[in-house]
Design a protein around this ligand. Sequence first.
Ligand SMILES: [Zn+2]
Length: 376
Amino acid sequence: MADKKSQKLIENEALMKEWDWDRNNEINLKPGDLYVGSNKRVWWKCNRNHSFEKSIRDMIAKPQCPKCKEEILSLFPKQITKNQHYVQQKYLRQWGVDENKKQTYCSHNYNESVPIKSICQEKYFYKIEPINKTEYNFIVDLISVFPDKNKIEEYIKVLKYYLYLNDFNFAGTEFEKPVEDLYAQTGEEITKIHEEVLSNDIIDSLIKCDDDFMLNIEKKYSLLSYAIFQFFRTKKARNKLQDNIKNIISNGKLTDLRPAVISKHLADIFGNMTVDTLIDHDFHILFLKNKNNTFITSDNPVFVINEIDLDKIDDFLYIVSPSLAIIISTNKNYSGIKTISDEEVELINNLVVDNSNTCIISNSLSLLKKYKHKQL
Ligand SMILES: [Zn+2]
């Protein structure tokens, strides 16, 4: 067989399909005179009628039309929110210390205030993660033990979508990065829409802690979803899930499973399930008012306060602002409004420190320093 490079261009059917006869004729280029291995720059025309110039050798290596490629890439997001917050900035601004509420005190820096946009965030935290068949089966098995079969069917439908996405494998191609960005941006946008629907001035209403709040069913559910999603979506919650999955994997000697990916999906599913369970059991909210504005918060602002008891549903403590915390519980003793003492505030602040992941946040530097020694 003749060397491929010494093949006459006119004999190469695939290349000849894209030969731009008009433009090459203008400059007197004839495919019968040229060889496949040539460096000569000639004109090509793609099947969408874009005319472009490329050497014959490059056309063999990369037969793609540059204009088509540009058009495809232009469909992908250009502005990506790389640093995605797992604790809402709007929430953190309750602890803002400057006029514009853009700075706060955080235990990453005991000398001066830090920008709120720099804390409680991780690169691509909400990125959509396609799953493989093994991961799909693993998650389906894990959630099948829960009683609400209708709900589980819904989650499985969503999981199927992530399994489907996995078939489009762009790894190693020029589309790998744009697709990753698209997944990151889409994940962030879904979260933003979700937050806007849920938060809907919820913090403002909460702070007023009027009795009407609990009578408004929509607001009551909105608050519950808001708090529970915050509970499941932090770095700490994900790490905890990830550790549990690692244990199951190593005990069962399972392969082809990525704990980081699985924990992301489970955090979403468990968030939804917990909200549904609490609604089914009719929950109550106790408002804890702190007249001195001295509640601190952390990168994990919602946490469980009762001892783990499988027969009972957890009670959640949510620090809403420096002057307000709430307890969400199915126990009806936890309802109404209570103004709490300095000792009780201190007790709650100690719980915040114990349940933090990497940092605690305060509106006062001296207050932050007071809890410095307690941090892990
Ligand atoms: Zn083209």
